[in-house]
Design a protein around this ligand. Structure first.
Ligand code: HGY
Ligand code: MN
Ligand code: MN
Length: 414
């Protein structure tokens, strides 16, 4: 057994870092609200950068605010990268994204404790705006890094909460980096993440061997009708934007049923104007989130939903417009790296299950430029994007040990 293969992480130290990071954006009663580029995100970023520096890593910030820390190797070969995100949704948990970044730091801390360096440098990154809760699309920082969106276009994206541009917010929190954002030099990328769904827990499996990420389509629909009195306006004379939005939401639920279980559809946000009980809605703005592991079916679902929205608007004499916010095809991870995850998990006596990822991740962007894989651990009750998100301490430690060994094997490869 080499000096590397005997290494294991310090689970207590990993949990402590997760708890410490969780103070930034902590919600009363539990959970985290650390929206991208908010003051809480700045505080979480500053603290995490401090941890990276304390581990003797060199830290770089790129022009879209991605932070990449490097633990030098014995060779100046292309680095092996791990990491995830530390921005959260408004009702976030301790683990979504944060776990992958803290586990990456724990891998480096473990190497330092042992006085070891791998051939390849090891990088730990956190990417800007993975959640897409404040700026759309999601995975925006890693998308720019892999050349999927021009930097200028990304910097001009406006926040859904206050209309501030992403570029202004990066400058405001001090993370408008010097380093070019779209010239990554990475040998491979491995991301550790909670599953955020019920599968591993239901099947009593510890490690998810993630084979890819399903496709994601995000759109924003706007219906513009005319407000009128709820008590005096006959139904046939209405131009009710609200009814249009509700009918589209119901159509999406029916479509998901019709397509079967690999099709998902969510309407998470609806704003009505003037949003009053006795006024017919003049405007409705709604979000549409469609996902499918089958790219063709996802495109078909998107076309059907758009056609129905146009039909409903026409029937109600309401104007319809839409914005495409994200359109990411399904991604398959690198077969050899996926097998490495499976082999190391089994070598550590852990049960494994090959599975797709339902959630979007930065790994689906890095997969565009280098061999990429993911490691999942179970989510209690399948809960995530929920303040009650939880994963057992032992499972967090086991997942981090699989990440450690996969990274070490890759970083020792010529
Ligand atoms: O939307 C997602 O799947 C991810 O959490 N950004
Ligand atoms: Mn995540
Ligand atoms: Mn998330």
């Amino acid at each position: 057994m080499s000096e590397f293969s005997a290494l294991r992480i310090d689970g207590t130290r990993l949990l402590q870092r997760l708890k410490d990071l969780g103070q930034f954006g902590a919600l009363e009663g539990g959970g985290i609200n650390r929206l991208a580029l908010s003051d809480a995100d700045r505080a979480g970023r500053d603290w995490t950068v401090g941890q990276m520096q304390a581990l003797g890593m060199t830290v770089q910030v790129d022009a879209i605010g991605n932070v990449v820390a490097t633990y030098a190797g014995t060779q100046d070969w292309l680095p092996v990268m791990t990491g995830s995100h530390i921005d959260t949704v408004r009702t976030g948990g301790l683990y979504d994204g944060n776990y992958g970044v803290m586990a990456g730091l724990e891998v480096v801390a473990t190497l330092r404790d042992a006085g070891l360096r791998t051939c390849r440098p090891i990088q730990v990154a956190f990417f800007t705006n993975e959640e897409g809760a404040r700026f759309q699309p999601d995975m925006l920082g890693s998308l720019v890094m892999v050349g999927g969106m021009p930097l200028a276009q990304a910097l001009a994206v406006q926040a859904v909460d206050n209309g501030a541009t992403l570029g202004d917010e990066l400058s405001r929190i001090g993370y408008a980096g010097e380093m070019a954002a779209d010239t990554p030099q990475v040998d491979s990328f491995v991301e550790l993440h909670i599953e955020q769904g019920p599968v591993l827990e239901q099947q009593g499996v510890t490690i998810g061997v993630v084979e890819g990420v399903q496709g994601i389509c995000w759109m924003e629909f706007t219906f513009a009708g005319s407000s009128n009195h709820a008590g005096t306006t006959p139904m046939a004379l209405r131009h009710d934007a609200g009814i249009c939005a509700m009918r589209v939401a119901a159509f999406i639920a029916d479509l998901a049923q019709r397509y079967g279980d690999s099709q998902l559809g969510t309407v998470g946000a609806v704003q009505l104007k003037p949003n009053l009980i006795n006024v017919i809605a003049a405007q409705a703005v709604m979000s549409v989130d469609l996902r499918n592991t089958d790219g063709d079916k996802l495109q078909q679902a998107q076309a059907e939903v758009l056609a129905f929205a146009r039909q409903v608007a026409a029937e109600n004499g309401v104007n319809f417009s839409h914005r495409q916010l994200a359109d990411f095809a399904p991604v398959a991870f690198d077969a050899a790296l996926v097998s490495s995850v499976e082999q190391h998990a089994k070598a550590q006596g852990l049960s494994t299950l090959r599975m797709p990822s339902g959630a979007g991740h930065d790994a689906q962007m890095l997969a565009r430029i280098c061999p990429t894989a993911m490691v999942f651990v179970p989510s209690a009750g399948g809960l995530s994007h929920n303040v009650r998100e939880h994963t057992d301490a032992l499972q967090l430690e086991q997942g981090a040990n699989v990440l450690l060994q996969v990274l070490l094997e890759r970083a020792q490869r010529a």
